[in-house]
Design a protein. Structure first.
Length: 752
């Protein structure tokens, strides 16, 4: 009986005859299907789907037993993509090309017509094979073969994404047809599947906050002395729980264990041969790795040693034996999230089978004539995991090759303006068969936090009666941490009080790796009572988040503790500027003072950590009380990155400290060295440049209006720049912006 395919009629037109569509599983468990995709552009690294990426869309047709006729695959090019010519193919489940087709309709068994894809399946020439005009026959013993017991075909084609960032495209739909015996033709239609075209931020480049996952001991799966733990409510019913034996967990099953060896011949060693032919084998399927979990491992890539089935306890991990259906292997609804906040969604994954490959002729790894998965690689189907958020795919891990190590995979997701929850699912995205066996641990949903860097340091030392200027750089890979407030603690950080109203910063890209802005604490005169007072900056992505303890951020390790000294009679002389730079292999310091009315000593102090300083040299003042300005220079051979500061001391032991400077070989772009703050009739700025160049200084008021702008020519090293026409400006806060050499840097300054 011939298939009811479209027949060619008069004048080259196609006549469509009806096909009876009934339940896709009338033939029950003997045939199976799955549909997935590979982001070819992102490769092994994985990533989000972006405009211009190439997708390989794959549909698995698996005959486990018996024979089926009228086998075919039909699909349509997804909206938001374009077809890539000459990519209609049938692959093995390892992704190798088994059958290549032309794009033309009448040349062979596969073609594209308009946006419609058609592949007739079944290529055994002795068993009613497919032709361009008919569907074919597929038996479980046909090729591509899985150990001569199942036939696994992957129908595929490639597209390039044309949709822009923010679009949603669907790679679902399409169908498989088949018929058992004289029964009517059946159709399996693949469900919808949606993918976000989304910026590939990677994982957080800054630190991450507290894990918000909550379930399964915050994604670690807990710990215990016994090899096996119970099942998980976070693994959907499509996977069945199993313990570890010589032949389980099998396809569509999972286990949670602290040791992946066969419990029937338990071992903590991964040194057994592969295959391990002990009777019984120490290894699952005689080839799986024997490993422990990942949590808190001394080496994150090596992971922990396998548990020993007794005290002390060992950590558990989720182990999946995935197969053809593209099913969720883990899911959880996560609540109490912060709106407008970037979250790193990540986990650690490990391919646990190095010898699970089976080639298209049904020959397993190690068998004579076996064709390896790749050069010196017999691991078989590589795991490939999709991260889905609220029913939409946002990220795929890429193929996870066997390395014998754990690898971290993840991406960064931005919650909506009012979003406080989402449902996260991890999907198997690879066709099963030989391989696709993996361990999963340390699932995390954690905020991408900013870095806070205080000036002049975290432990500034000032003399009683001197002015205190505190500032903080707020730096983040994302520009959404715009809301901030200062807080002060007078009881060693037990409680904190807001100081002034909350405010909003204006981040600017610093030209290298972060958005940043600078905030200043109101200038005050230090007293001895201020010694030990702590200051910090709290930041958030929205004004409402700033008042939410769960959504506001401050670094507990980055707090200013003020140290106030009784420096005796206050000095009349001030250090107006202080800078340092690399010059001819030497660390060179330059500083300027105003009028010196008494003999003074300048102590040069050095530190490797920016906190603990040691006096390394001293020089006397010029003894020229008539000079309005005094200039000093000092240098030493450069012997590594270091911090320097100057302590000014008079004969009565009164003293003052300069700010600190860092001298490093790593400074390669123009940047502010120092901006004295506040300013009045003139505004000074010290700017360091690696080479001669043009820059511009802009002074911007609170409304964003540029009120002063001036160009300067810099020489290599530290340059002293001056805006002299600032007397008429209203009092208040301004932003001083430095533009040059592709760099934009901002400093907040106060006009008095």
């Amino acid at each position: 009986m011939k298939d009811n395919l479209p027949l060619r009629g008069m004048h080259g037109r196609w006549l469509s005859l009806p096909i009876l569509f009934i339940s896709s599983f009338a033939c029950a468990q003997n045939i199976d299907f799955g549909k997935s995709y590979i982001n070819v552009t992102k490769g092994l690294n994985g990533g989000t789907l972006e405009t211009g990426d190439t997708l390989e869309i794959r549909a698995a047709f698996v005959v486990r037993s018996g024979t089926y006729d009228s086998c075919s695959y039909t699909d349509a090019i997804p909206t938001g993509t374009v077809y890539i010519p000459n990519t209609v193919r049938v692959l093995t489940n390892e992704g190798k090309i088994y059958k290549q087709f032309t794009d033309a309709q009448f040349d062979d068994e596969g073609w594209i017509s308009g946006t419609a894809i058609r592949i007739n399946l079944g290529y055994n020439q002795a068993a009613a094979p497919a032709r361009y005009f008919r569907r074919g026959r597929v038996a479980n013993t046909h090729r591509p073969s899985f150990y001569n017991s199942s036939c696994i075909m992957i129908a595929s084609f490639r597209v390039r994404v044309t949709a822009g960032i923010g679009a949603i495209i669907s790679t679902g739909g399409g169908s498989m047809t088949y018929r058992s015996g004289t029964n009517p033709i059946q159709t399996h239609t693949f469900p919808n599947n949606y993918i976000a075209v989304y910026t590939n931020y990677g994982i957080c480049s800054n630190a991450v906050g507290t894990n918000a996952l909550g379930t399964e001991t915050n994604g670690t799966f807990g710990a215990g002395a016994s090899q096996h733990r119970g099942s998980s409510t976070n693994v959907p019913p499509s996977y069945t729980y199993s313990t570890f034996t010589a032949g389980t967990p099998n396809d569509y099953t999972y286990g949670i264990a602290n040791n992946t060896s066969n419990s029937g011949n338990f071992s903590t060693s991964n040194a057994w041969p592969k295959p391990d032919n002990s009777s019984p084998s120490h290894r699952v399927f005689s080839v799986w790795d024997i490993i422990g979990d990942h949590t808190n491992a001394a080496s994150p890539t090596a992971g922990n040693a396998p548990g020993n089935n007794s005290s002390p306890t060992a950590g558990y991990m989720l182990v999946i034996n995935a197969s053809y259906r593209i099913d969720s292997a883990f899911q959880q609804t996560i609540t109490n999230l912060c709106p407008n906040t970037y979250y790193e969604i990540s986990c650690w994954i490990r391919n646990i089978c190095s010898r699970c490959g089976c080639d298209s002729a049904g020959r397993g790894a190690g068998t004579a004539g076996y064709l390896p998965t790749a050069t010196a690689d017999s691991s078989g189907v590589y795991p490939n995991i999709t991260f889905e958020v609220n029913g939409i795919d946002y990220y795929t891990t890429g193929n996870i090759r066997y390395t014998g190590q754990w690898i971290k995979k993840g991406f960064t997701f931005l919650t909506g303006p009012t979003q406080t929850s989402f449902t996260l699912k991890f999907f198997n995205n690879a066709p099963g068969g030989g391989g696709n066996d993996w361990a999963l641990d340390d699932i995390s949903v954690a905020t991408c936090t900013p870095n806070l860097t205080f000036t002049p340091s975290n432990q500034p030392t000032v003399c009683a009666g001197n002015v205190v200027d505190l500032g903080c750089y707020v730096r983040s890979y994302f520009d959404n941490y715009r809301n901030y407030k200062w807080q002060r603690s007078t009881n060693n950080g037990v409680t904190w009080n807001d100081m002034g109203a909350a405010a909003t910063g204006t981040p600017a890209w610093n030209g290298s790796n972060a958005w940043e802005y600078f905030v200043t604490y109101p200038t005050f005169v230090a007293t001895m009572a201020d010694s030990g007072t702590k200051y910090r900056v709290v930041v958030a992505s929205t004004s409402s988040n700033l008042t939410n303890a769960n959504c506001a951020f401050s670094e507990t390790s980055s707090v200013v503790t003020l140290n106030v000294l009784n420096c005796g009679v206050p000095l009349n002389t001030d250090i107006l500027s202080f800078s340092g730079k690399m010059e001819n292999g030497r660390a060179s310091l330059n500083w300027t003072t105003d009028k010196e009315t008494e003999p003074l000593q300048y102590l040069i102090e050095k530190s490797t950590d920016g906190r603990n300083f040691t006096t390394i040299d001293r020089i006397g003042s010029h003894q020229a009380p008539g000079r309005e300005r005094n200039f000093y220079a000092w240098s030493e051979p450069y012997n590594g990155n270091a911090y320097y500061r100057i302590q000014l001391v008079n004969s009565s032991n009164g003293h003052k400290y300069s700010r600190r400077v860092r001298i490093s070989r790593e400074e390669t772009s123009v940047h502010f060295v120092q901006v004295p703050n506040p300013f009045t009739t003139r505004l000074l700025a010290e700017v360091s440049a690696p080479e001669a160049q043009q820059v511009r200084l802009l002074l911007i008021d609170n409304s964003g209006k540029t009120v002063r702008s001036e160009a300067f020519t810099l020489s290599a090293g530290t340059n002293r720049l001056e805006m002299t026409n600032t007397a008429s400006l209203p009092q208040g806060i301004y932003v001083l912006r430095l533009e040059g050499d592709g760099v934009v840097e901002n400093r907040r300054v106060l006009k008095r």
